[in-house]
Design a protein around this ligand. Structure first.
Ligand code: HEM
Length: 164
């Protein structure tokens, strides 16, 4: 994939700086891992709460719906960290990642994860607006998909460290 000369020039300058400053590369990778812990950890715990609430009573469902806005804020913050640190790592070796099929596979799973997040938000809206049964069905299905997609993307993320 041909990269515009100005991008290639900036990426090379960042790559040299990234390779010459261990504290920078360590901090960027830490940012990626910390983002995964904050977003992925919160998402997996919320997926479990949603599955319990979907088969639980009205009290548990009310607790679950009350907790979800805070969950979304933490997941959004963590994902922002993941994307910024991921972009910085991508530009640290741009040609290698752009030539790696695993990088595009990871991008596809990341997009699926985000799209599933919107399905989950839709299910939550339905559950709040009294379309209970269908809303909770969508919440339950998207919570299962969320857990699978988080773990699959993490696996592909590790695979990328060996592939690129
Ligand atoms: C939910 C989303 C994501 C997950 C679960 C994830 C997971 C991971 C994991 C587990 C690693 C290995 C870290 C290590 O070296 O120990 C990694 C590395 C990496 N990730 Fe992500 N990541 C995600 C999103 C992204 C995004 C959006 C980008 C690009 C914008 C990205 C780019 C990278 C790069 C470039 C590496 C380094 C690979 C290397 O060192 O060879 N990641 N990711």
């Amino acid at each position: 994939m041909a990269v515009p000369a100005v991008i290639a020039h900036l990426a090379q300058a960042w790559s040299d700086y990234y390779d010459d400053h261990t504290l920078v590369s360590v901090t960027v990778l830490f940012g990626h891992i910390a983002g995964l812990l904050l977003a992925g950890g919160t998402a997996l715990a919320a997926d479990r709460l949603i599955l319990d609430a979907a088969r639980g009573d009205e009290t548990l469902r009310a607790v679950c719906l009350a907790r979800l806005p805070g969950v979304h804020r933490m997941v959004a913050f963590g994902l922002a960290l993941v994307v910024v640190s991921g972009a910085l790592m991508t530009f640290s070796d741009l040609n290698a990642f752009l030539a790696s099929g695993v990088f595009y596979l990871k991008g596809a799973f990341f997009v699926l994860l985000i799209l599933n997040g919107f399905v989950l938000l839709g299910g939550e809206r339905g559950a709040r607006l009294g379309d209970g049964a269908r809303g909770w069905q969508r919440l339950r299905a998207s919570a299962i998909a969320s857990s699978v997609l988080w773990l699959a993307t993490a696996f592909i993320g590790v695979l990328l460290t060996k592939a690129a």
